[in-house]
Ligand binder design. Structure first.
Ligand SMILES: O=C([O-])CC(=O)C(=O)O
Length: 164
């Protein structure tokens, strides 16, 4: 994997970028994939519903409203994401089971960890445009994440797609 978000940002100054306000909880700190989105608040039934779907080459971006009150993902959902082939999950909110998350070899970014679980009512919106940290995050766009932040492009950068 020889790309860097810094180099890609220099090459694509028009790209949307998100600063690295996230902590990396997963086994991979560098990952990339086609974006799917979710907008939820302290309810993670939809997180499970989407992660149950085939995720090969995809990254789920969850706008949890920045709430740190409940965890939107834990060890079970992280393992489910890995089993379904997801490249990563970005949570603008909290996660839990951090000791388990680091054993899961995908990208798992979140603001922080908290022990409390989320509601399971299924409220929220799937595959809607998100506005996160000043960036537009659109379903179908392509996300690349590394230690410096996240970068979004309408399509995979040339040479970047095969790099896992
Ligand atoms: O099920 C949940 O609410 C989140 C969780 O703890 C897990 O994924 O293991």
């Amino acid at each position: 994997m020889d790309w860097r978000t810094t180099d890609l940002s220099d090459a694509h100054p028009e790209a949307e970028t998100l600063p690295m306000v996230f902590r990396s909880f997963g086994g991979r700190s560098r990952f990339q994939g086609r974006v799917r989105t979710l907008k939820v608040l302290e309810d993670n039934a939809l997180v499970r519903r989407v992660l149950e779907q085939e995720g090969q080459g995809q990254v789920l971006v969850v706008d949890g409203g920045g709430s740190l009150k409940t965890a939107l993902l834990g060890g079970n959902l992280a393992r489910l994401a890995w089993e379904r082939g997801w490249a990563g999950v970005v949570v603008h909110g909290a996660v839990r089971d951090t000791a388990e998350l680091k054993e899961v070899p995908i990208g798992l970014l979140a603001l922080t960890a908290t022990p409390r679980k989320s509601a399971k009512e299924g409220k929220g919106e799937v595959d809607v445009p998100l506005s996160l940290l000043g960036a537009r995050v659109l379903p179908g766009h392509y996300l690349l994440a590394d230690e410096d932040g996240l970068l979004l492009l309408p399509a995979p950068p040339s040479g970047g797609q095969s790099a896992g």
